[in-house]
Write a protein that binds this ligand. Structure first.
Ligand code: ADP
Length: 710
């Protein structure tokens, strides 16, 4: 059993009793005086006066003993003891007053005694029930004392004691039960309060330890609670934070916007708000935070409050900024890559122009003997291969950049297949391979025939390249695929080297070749199939293969294309251009070898060529003489061809508007061609220059006057 200590007996309930006793001081003083006056009717008045003096002195003492409890100040056990002593003395005084009246021997005195005892016990219990000691001193002991007085002390002769004691005892038992119940209720109240306190402490621990900043504010923005994390987050002390006006630490650039949002949110009175803004810490550092605001209360008299939970999102913002930076850098890198590519192809095409051109002239020269003519042919073939390679690299990167656009027009797949086989028949025959075609005449389809032919050419030339003996066959078929569409399927089969199973999934990747050994037998770049795949996919189709190593391969592709109406038969191939009158040509070209090439190609025709080495020289020449045609390079020192064209078109001369200007440039990308047209040029001739094309252009433009709307 727990030992009962003095401090344990002097429980905290006594303080509440003391506080309420203090509050009732004046009333009790009045009751004391009135009671003394009334008792003077049944007792000698000096006794009553003495009693009044004693009780008033006790009340005065009690006033001092209960003052600190009344003010809610902390007290020690001595003060409590003093108060309990005063309480006990007052009880004795009141029970004693009753005992005096009881022993006066009159019925009036006995009645007065009874009433005063009951009133005192009732009063004491109403105030003292929350303290165990209070119950004993103000209830149990007075009741026992009263019973003892009633039983033992003399009483009026005409009073029968037995029913009196019995009913008094019953009354005390009844009252005791009430007190016990009150004590129990009190205990439950204490337990509930303690539980509440523990819960609150728990929530406080939670709120105090979260890293997010939790704030509770009333509708006027006055902060009622801030979690201690605010201190860590903003670097101010809690006292400073409570003293600072709201929004002080919001970044000035974000303040108005946030205020507007929060005001709107409060006026809405429902839902929640999430806002991102910057705050400034005590040390001046700027932090990004994300805050969610919620409204609470506002019902059943509960005041409306705003709860906000703010989270540091500085790292996220930094990552976002890094991502944006990385994207900008990647875009810049992609742009640099495209530019590099454009420059590279330009630079490669410029010398190729001369090589292919002069090789062509040499090949047809009657002055070369057999061996020299063969060497010239070899130079021509090698440079054509190099040109193909440059074109492939260009194609791959344009496909990668999504810069290739299809140009659909009605075409007949069978006709394209025949054209491809015609082109490749020479190569197949040279290797002794049988080349066959199965392409039943189908209807017209709408598609980019040039690109489809490119794919077919690639597959057939690969088949021939990788087949030493046997046959290569091309099959093209068309099957209806829903309303107004047909499925075009092409298959190229060969009896060649085949592809190892492990390599099959990779052959469509860029720069991938099945045979990567140093001693590989076949040349190539590994770009052809990658281009085919991208082109077929661009058309919404599929490409694939099956192959057995050592036995052969079958490459296929399928594309669904809209069917088209038959179009007019293509115009017959243009006859060799006829230059039937002398032509005056202004050739604007900075590279000497290219100027020489054009002169050599055109030497046998009646063409008067004047040259200008840059744009500025071209303008000067244009101002001096009249020309049937200007061939304008684009990339030149001093002044480029685009600027020169614009300046020429702006000259106050009639010829400025009517003279045709045709670009002759290694800038062959679509946007580069578009820029030529924008600058005022009438045509575009890509380098390496094809002599036949050059003659066609000269023949066409020298006989076509231009009507230009200036
Ligand atoms: P390239 O032919 O320039 O090397 P491609 O992309 O056209 O590049 O082909 C990639 C690789 O796929 C080739 O190097 C070859 O190993 C393999 N390949 C392509 N077509 C065939 C074929 N018909 N037979 C065997 N192997 C082939």
């Amino acid at each position: 059993m727990k030992p009962i200590s003095l401090t344990g007996l002097l429980d905290e309930g006594l303080d509440e009793l003391a506080a309420s006793a203090h509050a009732g001081f004046l009333l009790r003083v009045a009751v004391n005086i009135a009671t003394a006056g009334i008792f003077a009717l049944v007792l000698a008045w000096p006794i009553c006066a003495a009693w009044a003096c004693v009780t008033l002195a006790l009340e005065l003492m009690s006033w001092f003993a209960t003052r600190r409890q009344f003010l809610g100040q902390p007290i020690g056990w001595r003060t409590r003891l003093w108060h309990v002593g005063g309480l006990a003395a007052a009880c004795i005084a009141w029970v004693g007053l009753g005992a005096l009246a009881w022993t006066s021997g009159t019925l009036d005195g006995a009645l007065c005694a009874l009433i005063v005892w009951l009133a005192v016990i009732f009063f004491a219990q109403t105030n003292a029930y929350q303290s165990r000691l209070g119950v004993v001193i103000g209830g149990v002991l007075p009741a026992l004392a009263v019973l003892a007085v009633v039983l033992l002390a003399p009483h009026p002769p005409q009073l029968k004691l037995a029913p009196f004691v019995a009913i008094l005892s019953l009354g005390f038992v009844f009252a005791g039960d009430g007190v016990a119940r009150m004590l129990k209720a009190r205990r439950r109240l204490d337990e509930t309060r303690a539980e509440l306190g523990r819960n609150e402490a728990l929530y406080r621990v939670l709120a105090d330890n979260v890293t997010d900043v939790i704030t509770l504010a009333d509708v006027n923005g006055k902060r009622l609670y801030m979690s201690p994390s605010t201190e860590r987050a903003l670097g101010y002390t809690m006292a400073e934070l409570y003293a600072m006006p709201m929004y002080t630490f919001i970044h000035p650039d974000d303040r108005d916007e946030l205020l507007r949002k929060v005001t709107e949110f409060r006026e809405r009175g429902a839902g929640d708000l999430v806002a991102e803004y910057r705050v400034i810490r005590a040390d001046g550092a700027v932090l990004w935070v994300e805050t969610s605001f919620t409204l609470a209360g506002g019902q059943n008299g509960d005041p409306l409050r705003a709860i906000s939970v703010a989270r540091n999102i500085q790292r996220r913002k930094e990552l976002e900024a890094e991502l944006i930076e990385a994207r900008v850098a990647a875009e810049a890198a992609a742009a640099a890559k495209s530019e590099f590519l454009a420059n590279m192809t330009h630079e490669l095409r410029t010398p190729l122009n001369a090589i292919i051109g002069f090789a062509g002239i040499l090949k047809s020269s009657p002055r070369l003997d057999g061996q020299d003519a063969r060497h010239a042919r070899l130079i021509g073939d090698a440079s054509e291969t190099l040109l193909e390679l440059v074109n492939s690299v260009l194609d791959v990167s344009r496909l990668d950049a999504g810069a290739v656009e299809l140009d659909p027009a009605p075409f007949q797949p069978a006709v394209e297949a025949v054209a491809v086989l015609d082109l490749m028949s020479g190569q197949a025959a040279a290797k002794g391979l049988a080349l066959s075609l199965q392409a039943p005449d189908g209807g017209f389809l709408s598609g980019d025939a040039k690109r489809l032919r490119q794919v077919l050419l690639n597959l057939v030339s690969n088949a021939i390249k990788f087949t030493a003996q046997g046959a290569v066959s091309l099959t093209v078929s068309q099957t209806p695929a829903g309303a107004g569409a047909a499925l075009l399927r092409a298959e190229v089969s060969d009896t060649g080297v085949g592809i190892p199973a492990a390599q099959i999934p990779h052959v469509f990747e860029r720069f991938t070749q099945a045979d990567v050994s140093v001693s590989r037998r076949f040349g190539g770049t590994g770009l052809g199939l990658a281009i085919c795949k991208r082109l077929v996919e661009l058309m919404g189709g599929e490409i694939g293969l099956s192959s057995v190593e050592g036995e052969g391969s079958t490459f296929w592709f399928e594309v669904t294309l809209p069917t088209a109406e038959a179009c007019a038969a293509p115009p017959p191939a243009a006859a060799a251009p006829q230059l039937d009158r002398p032509v005056r040509l202004l050739l604007v070209e900075d590279v000497a070898i290219n100027r020489e090439l054009v002169k050599a190609v055109l030497a046998q025709f009646e063409i008067e060529i004047e040259v200008a080495e840059d744009g500025l020289a071209a303008i000067a020449a244009f101002q001096r003489g009249l020309y049937d045609l200007v061939l304008m390079d684009v990339q030149m020192p001093v002044m480029d061809g685009l600027t020169a064209t614009r300046r020429i078109r702006a000259l106050p001369l009639p010829a400025a508007a009517t003279t045709p200007i045709v670009a002759m440039t290694a800038n062959v990308l679509p946007d580069q061609v578009a820029r030529c047209v924008e600058a005022g040029m009438d045509g575009h001739l890509g380098k390496p220059m094809n002599p036949g094309e050059l003659l066609k252009v000269i023949a066409f433009w020298s006989t076509h006057a231009i009507t230009r709307i200036v």
